[in-house]
Design a protein around this ligand. Structure first.
Ligand SMILES: [Zn+2]
Length: 501
């Protein structure tokens, strides 16, 4: 196995065993479930997590005599996503039947768009080593989801499969990129940007763990600098962005080895086995003719006029890039803060609500940003929850910052009660009172504690006097301990120096 991956500048290359450099060509296909209330061709609920087979009807099961009716909201959601991704909405698009047999597909065909997709020719911009790179979007089309197979225990040990058809007919958009992605990290940036844009438009929650965002990655390798494509393989349904990166890294090295040793890459679908850290062959790649596509006879072609497109364009919210620029310009935030805070619309909303509650004077938005990117994010990560699941509100954050500003508590105390505030939703004022954490502002009392610390530690005090400035930290620590952190470190430092001077 080739061990070293070299990333120089914007070019990602992998050396073969003979030393020749190879570069990957990556294209991504992303399936996204739209969060419309009902399914694409019937009025069944499309919600995730219901009792198995409780959201099915003859239409989404494809029973004889049933007829699909296209859900207008699905088209509008897809148009909104397409416009946010800079695509052109096609005035004419058409549904086809993609025929194949699989136990989760009771109709034995999936209704999808084939040679006339809803939208084409978009792009997403990603950051690559500090500059912008444009990744083209070839097409965005509509289709229906299939059901889901469930197994008791491990899939290779289960003696039977259970089928949940609730997902049949849940609306999907498939977003196909151009093969413009040149490294696994670029793939991650593209997916992160795509997810962010889709979440901003509100068309999907993009929860990978619930399958509402699923990634297939096509990858081939070629000698560095070559213009021709190698034979590609497809990694199917990778479960997280991290797995996409790891799976691609593995697959690129595998292909480089095959090609370098004179072999040929076989066009096939492969599965990324996360626990084992390898890709395994699933099946030979289907060609389009294997699916015997033909126009769906029960649905008329879809036509979209300019007025409809413009009406939907008018509903587009401020998108991540625009919001990032505004955070830099109107709040004076560093680029970095602005890009972190605007990745998810809910975190960006939370930040802005905090700023509204706390104030927009110079420096205040940056203070809020530090807390949101620091303590808030840490709390969410540790507890593995989203911001809306925490009990902390913008009023809590602003209340806490105001208590620091007016000297009631130190920043350290604020951090020490932060988690409890987020968990219980108790106001910072109440928490500080109940726990007796009000900062000691009585100079006399502080002075008494400072003198006691000096008296109790004559050796350390002497060390400081004889020039060991680090000794001061110990004495400050003693006073902070005695006050359970309720003293202002600045005041303690000042008083200590005064008495040891
Ligand atoms: Zn149905």
């Amino acid at each position: 196995m080739v061990e070293n991956t070299v990333a120089t500048g914007a070019t990602y290359t992998v050396p073969g065993p003979g030393g020749a450099l190879f570069e990957p060509v990556i294209g991504l296909e992303v399936h996204v479930e739209l969060n419309t209330k009902s399914k694409i061709f019937c009025s069944c609920a499309a919600a995730f997590g219901a009792e198995p087979n409780s959201q099915v009807c003859p239409v989404c099961m494809g029973l004889p005599g049933s007829l699909p009716v296209l859900n207008r909201a699905v088209v509008e959601y897809a148009m909104k996503a397409a416009l946010a991704l800079n695509c052109r909405i096609q005035p004419f698009s058409q549904f086809h039947r993609k025929n194949y047999f699989y136990p989760d597909l009771p109709k034995a065909y999936q209704v999808s768009q084939y040679d006339y997709p809803l939208a084409t020719g978009g792009f997403i911009e990603i950051d690559v080593n500090g500059s912008k790179k444009r990744i083209g979007i070839k097409r965005l089309h509509l289709e229906e989801d299939a059901g889901k197979l469930l197994h008791e225990g491990a899939i290779d040990q289960a003696s039977f499969s259970l089928v949940d058809f609730n997902r049949c007919g849940v609306p999907l958009i498939e977003i196909v990129s151009e093969p413009d992605v040149s490294s696994p990290e670029e793939a991650r940036s593209y997916l992160q940007a795509l997810k962010s844009i889709l979440q901003y438009t509100g068309v999907s929650d993009c929860k990978m763990e619930e399958g509402s965002l699923r990634v297939d990655a096509n990858v081939s390798v070629r000698p560095a600098g070559s213009a021709t494509f190698g034979t590609r393989t497809e990694l199917k349904n990778v479960g997280s962005f991290r797995s996409v990166v790891r799976g691609l890294e593995y697959e690129i090295k595998r292909q480089v080895e095959v090609v370098s040793s004179g072999g040929e890459v076989v066009q096939e679908t492969r599965h990324w086995d996360e626990p084992r850290g390898i890709t395994v062959s699933l099946r030979g790649k289907e060609e389009a003719h294997d699916y015997r596509y033909f126009p769906e006879p029960d649905l008329v072609p879809l036509s979209v006029d300019d007025a409809w497109v413009e009406q939907i364009r008018g509903t587009l919210p401020e998108l991540p890039e625009a919001r990032k620029r505004r955070f830099v310009e109107s709040y004076g935030l560093p680029e970095y803060d602005a890009s972190v805070l605007t990745v998810s619309p809910r975190m960006a909303d939370f930040f802005e609500d905090c700023v509204r509650a706390y104030g927009t004077d110079a420096g205040k938005p940056k203070t809020v940003s530090n807390w949101v990117m620091g303590e808030v994010t840490r709390f969410l990560n540790v507890n593995d929850i989203e911001i809306e699941q925490a009990k902390v509100t913008p009023a809590h954050i602003s209340g806490l910052l105001k208590l620091i500003d007016d000297g009631t508590i130190s920043g350290k105390i604020a951090k020490s009660i932060f988690d409890e505030m987020c968990e219980t939703g108790e106001t910072p004022g109440d928490l500080v009172k109940r726990k007796g954490l009000v900062q000691i502002s009585d100079e006399g009392e502080l002075e008494r504690l400072v003198l006691k610390a000096i008296e109790d530690n004559p050796k350390v005090a002497q060390d400081f006097k004889s020039g060991k400035s680090a000794a001061l930290g110990f004495l400050v620590g003693q006073v902070m301990k005695a006050t359970r952190g309720r003293a202002s470190p600045e005041a303690v430092n000042r008083l200590l120096k005064q008495h040891l001077g």
